[in-house]
Design a protein around this ligand. Sequence first.
Ligand SMILES: [Zn+2]
Length: 269
Amino acid sequence: MATPAHIGKFTANNPGIMTLQGTNQYIVGKESAVVIDVALSADSNMDGILEQAEAMGAKRIDKILLTHIHNDHTGGALALRKRCGAKLGIHRSRRGYLGGEDFQYDDNDRISFGGGELHVLHTPGHESGHCCFYESGDKVLFSGDNILGYGTAVIHPPDGNMTDYMTSLERLLGFDINVILPGHGPLIGKPEAKIREYIKHRLEREQQVLAALRAGRNTIGDITQMIYVDVSAALQRVAEFSVQAHLEKLMREGRVKRENGRYLLLSDK
Ligand SMILES: [Zn+2]
């Protein structure tokens, strides 16, 4: 599936285990454009974004939007702002985080670009101020790190929150989406199936955490070891964060309690 002509992408040269091929930086608009996420401040990265904008026929970049504050999405935002004079926006909860933002946005705000507008969806979970941007004209969702081209999003407590994340995924099901353009990895042509798969995956993990608790595992380390059998050393910490995030969700629901660093099952349903 092709993306609409007024949407371009330049992937930053920051590939890695968490960033996949690198961070996708999107350019959206005709005459005037907005840029979503700027990973790197290197000239080569900014050149790449500006050349892409030019190739799309955009004469200027008016605004820079950020899906969330992690460095692989914001590291070049101030540099691009300086270079092209665009106004930099950030979610209201992160006001002043970078120092030098020009405006804030919040859930359900509309942000215009040349030829349309983006609907701001505050979707906490991966990061508490995380936003997706939805373009209803072409039914495109810019999903940031909430949904990735492949693999799953990292939920890293305390700012990452599994309860919020599940709510955010459920909310996205309410939108008519043709294509998801993620913060990392390739575009997603079957959005609804992908979102449902993400929800199912988390619910399965939750069941595995419950099964581990029933089997008498009661620390994050032990539970992780039981569930993630083949995880590489590099991803071990990420797996532990995920288990912790699930345990915190279960505690919020009154199904698990923590005592002296151990997690105990309260009600088993
Ligand atoms: Zn990222």
